[in-house]
Design a protein around this ligand. Structure first.
Ligand code: FES
Length: 220
């Protein structure tokens, strides 16, 4: 993805036009690691999990792919793409290095990784840019959950902060909301996408009601 350097970028101090970023942030912004530069040449089928998130704070998006070393339960490779700002680019670049260095981070440790850990390695970010570091962190969790789901390791799915709708597949209200936003407008489409309530009519009905609620919310 081409990176545009905007002359009057808000990330440059308005007073004296000096960078307020650490040298590590600048280095990762100008030379992002593990970035998917050309999506047309990128084969996402080689990856085990995909995570997509948007930031409500600024409307920016992040997409992240993980490849898993299944034998050792480590992250073998991580690639990403974003429409986020310089801080999001630098922090996701650093995140990608942290989880793939030294033979790859154990999945259990990657799930414990916090934006503060990324900030510490980056040498900090300006306070109003801290939310940008959350994008990569959230996308990583989603990509790992996606891997768990695709490999049917449902017990390992992290559902913190959401309401679990299907105890078998650990599908949450958030998963249903996102599926609706991605075009699931019938229960068949929803089930094809999420496998929610496949073996349980009550769960299926609950999922369908929630789907309708989100359709009403977004498309009424
Ligand atoms: S301002 Fe949106 S990602 Fe940084």
């Amino acid at each position: 993805m081409p990176i545009k350097i905007v002359k009057n970028d808000a990330d440059v101090s308005a007073n004296n036009n000096r960078w307020v970023y650490s040298s590590s942030v600048k280095s990762h912004f100008f030379h992002p690691q593990n970035l998917v530069e050309d999506i047309k040449k990128f084969d996402e089928s080689k990856y085990d999990g995909i995570g997509v998130v948007g930031s409500p704070a600024c409307g920016d998006m992040m997409k992240l792919w993980v490849k898993i070393d299944k034998k050792n339960d480590r992250i073998r490779d991580l690639k990403w793409q974003t429409f986020g700002c310089a801080s999001a680019i630098a922090s996701t670049s650093m995140l990608s290095v942290m989880v793939t260095e030294k033979g790859g981070m154990k999945i259990e440790n990657a799930l414990k990784l916090k934006p503060q850990d990324i900030l510490a390695r980056l040498g900090g970010l300006p306070p109003r840019k801290i939310h940008c570091s959350v994008l990569g962190d959230k996308a990583l969790r989603k990509a790992i959950n996606d891997y768990f789901r695709k490999s049917e390791q449902y017990k390992r799915i992290v559902t913190e902060g959401f309401v679990v709708i299907d105890p078998d597949t650990k599908i949450t209200d958030k998963d249903i909301e996102e599926a609706v936003l991605e075009g699931a407008d019938t229960i068949e489409k929803l089930q094809r996408k999420l496998k929610v309530g496949i073996n349980d009519k009550k769960v299926k009905a609950k999922a369908e009601a929630l789907m309708k609620k989100f359709m009403e919310k977004y498309y009424a």
